[in-house]
Design a protein around this ligand. Structure first.
Ligand code: CUA
Length: 355
């Protein structure tokens, strides 16, 4: 487009105003479509922790900036292609242009300010997300092919394969891996941390919604990686205290009259019922052998019942019952604290004899 001497200042500024209106409309349409793509599908899992709320804030802050920049750039691109396209036979060059100092300052200063603000906000969120407060729930997480174990050192080393956390109180996780790399992830908490053999890693989560959420291993760790899952139950503070107190008494108490209840609690906490049938625990799992038949199995293995039960928990593949595949029961339970293991063995021996 060339500007002839006959053009008046008035018509030129009118043209410019028209271009700005058209560009703005284009940018609004593009921004609207992009915003719909960002907002309508559920890209993120619902947040269930304070850390997740902060991370989602950073996510949306950056996304909004991206949408605005994308809309402006794409509007100029589309407008230019539409208005200034050359005619098929036009081989002429465009008019020479000079730099525009004002624009150069603007397109340097604005991105600098935006990127700096993202860095500052991210740094603040990272620092806050690592704060544990004065009284965190400490949880030792052990990852191994292919199971998670959670131990509460402040509750007599209470051990569970299902994670339980109180609401609105920071939980400080210390992660260890016994064999290869694993990664601890609860999508609703937005926090993810690797478990690395030979060292410990840490992560903090402050759950702020009651409910049950999945725990997922997100580091390819072998054949069972896809099934290396567990569950986190976020409980009321009182409910958690009650559970932890009962569980830690089960772990620490040892023999005495509470033995059966203690063993039953260990059975429930470690999710044994998901795979095994046991009348005394009202469980009906069929993945592994029927535990009401333990005395028969012990006879077939030629071992005293209590010795057989203990060996089957600690070294599950030493004797594999006919009709069940080997290497299915996780070897995790070998790391149960001794008092809990004793209580579990006693419970299984007593209840299978009674069956
Ligand atoms: Cu453990 Cu994947």
């Amino acid at each position: 487009m060339t500007v002839g001497p006959q053009d008046t200042i008035g018509s030129r500024s009118q043209m410019r105003r028209g271009a700005i209106v058209q560009l703005t409309l284009l940018a609004l349409v593009i921004g609207g479509i992009t915003t719909a793509v960002a907002v309508i599908p559920n890209w993120l899992p619902p947040a269930a922790s304070e850390q997740a709320d902060r991370i989602h804030f950073v996510f949306w802050y950056v996304t909004i900036i991206c949408i605005v920049i994308y809309a402006i750039v794409l509007a100029v691109l589309v407008y230019s292609g539409w208005k200034f396209r050359v005619a098929p036979d036009d081989d002429s060059d465009g008019p020479p242009t000079h730099g525009h100092t004002g624009m150069e300052i603007a397109w340097t200063a604005i991105p600098f300010a935006l990127v700096t603000s993202m860095a500052v906000i991210s740094a603040v969120v990272l620092a806050r997300n690592d704060r544990t407060g004065d009284n965190p729930v400490r949880v030792d997480v052990t990852a191994q092919q292919f199971a998670w174990t959670f131990k509460y050192p402040d509750n007599n080393d209470l051990t569970s394969n299902v994670l339980r956390l109180p609401i609105d109180r920071p939980a400080r996780f210390t992660l260890r891996a016994l064999d290869v790399l694993h990664s601890f992830w609860v999508p609703e908490f937005s926090q993810k941390q690797d478990a690395v053999p030979g060292t410990t890693t840490h992560v903090t989560v402050t759950p702020n919604k009651l409910g049950t959420f999945p725990i997922i291993c997100t580091e390819l760790c072998g054949l069972g990686h896809a099934v290396m899952r567990s569950t986190v139950i976020v409980m009321s503070k009182a409910g958690f205290e009650k559970w932890a107190k009962q569980g830690s008494q089960a772990g620490g108490g040892g023999g005495g009259g509470g033995g059966a209840a203690a063993g039953k609690a260990v059975f429930a906490n470690n999710g044994c019922g998901a795979c095994h049938t046991l009348k005394a625990a009202a469980s009906t799992g069929t993945v592994g052998p029927d535990l009401d038949k333990l005395p028969d199995y012990a006879k077939q293995a030629g071992q005293p019942l209590d010795q057989f039960v203990r060996e089957s928990i600690v070294k599950p593949d030493a004797y594999v019952e006919k009709g069940y595949p080997p290497n299915v029961m996780p070897p995790t339970f070998a790391s149960l604290p001794k008092a809990q293991l004793d209580a579990l063995v006693q419970f299984l021996v007593d209840s299978s004899k009674g069956a």
